[in-house]
Write a protein that binds this ligand. Sequence first.
Ligand SMILES: Nc1ncnc2c1ncn2[C@@H]1O[C@H](COP(=O)(O)OP(=O)(O)O)[C@@H](O)[C@H]1O
Ligand SMILES: [Mg+2]
Length: 360
Amino acid sequence: MDDTTRLLETVGQMAGGIAHDFNDLLAAILGHVEMLSGDLAPGDPRAADVNGIRHAAERATTLTQQLLAISRQQVLQPTVLNLSDVVDRARRLVQRVIGDQIELITCTPRDLRPVKADADQVEQILLNLALNARDAMPRGGRLTLQTRNVDIEDAAAQRQGNPPGAYVQLTVADTGIGIDPAIRKHLFEPFFTTKEPGRGTGLGLATVYGIVKQSGGHIAVESERGRGSRFDVYLPVTLEAPAVAEPPERRSRAERASETVLLVEDDVAVRSLIGDVLRRRGYRLLVAEDGVQALKLADEHASPIHLLITDVAGSAGPDASVADAVRARRPETRVLYLHKPFTPDALARKVRAALASHIW
Ligand SMILES: Nc1ncnc2c1ncn2[C@@H]1O[C@H](COP(=O)(O)OP(=O)(O)O)[C@@H](O)[C@H]1O
Ligand SMILES: [Mg+2]
């Protein structure tokens, strides 16, 4: 074990231990917040404070989730997967995340051997690596996602400290600024970032590393300054047969949703991303650019609106929040405050949780 691995292990164990405790505490905080907000009459001015607490606790929950990933203590739901399928399904999402200045190329052969991994976590890996690639290509470039079968021979594997064997390789390569050799060994450390505050958290690659390790794989980086970088994730081939014939729709673990969601979001990119994520999961969507439009949609829509998604700043006039205004009309509608950035997965989970909560 080299120094970096040892450091990652230690930090990871600490973070994981803390994250478990925090998760319990946050669940308690959120539970009490739900009860408190259930007791408030519509229009009670203290609702803003209660929401502020909820807001902060939800952000903390996202962060602890990330710490659990880093410390490899996430609850994974591995299934037998074809990584080509996972990449193909994530393609549109990745394209959206990187914008249209960057050309996206995918190379996903059909004859890929199966691996056993959590599909949502593989998507998380792809998104984190794609986000970094985007940041490395501020003036555009090319992002390549590629899968292939590889056998790691004993000698080569031993040189890199990896067990030999049959793997599937998932490559994320960019034509960006490249990585300074001096910082190479710090890349996967939690909180290591070269980005200005507010732009980077330094958790992206630590999260990727955690997921890869927890999945029994490893990751390699190659980069040339000014030419680009490539991250190769290796996941071991599984001998297990796929459980049942996988349904073509990726959301096999959760039943398809059918609820109606009213989304208020002024940013067109975020709006269409969320729309995409939720529609893919079966939700019906009403989409508004601002509070005024949202209220109009709410008034025109005859059937129930189960959930409103808005950011806290969303207003429906000089002194009414969208949330209050919609709830005044439809007290049964639940509200989910959107925090950016978010992952599709986390968003879907939050939507599910918000819909499942009995008290609002
Ligand atoms: N594709 C890439 N090209 C150039 N540098 C990269 C790339 N991916 C990661 N890095 C470097 O690694 C650092 C850590 O990445 P990450 O853990 O995702 O944190 P963050 O993106 O928040 O900075 C980045 O700040 C950047 O310096
Ligand atoms: Mg990052």
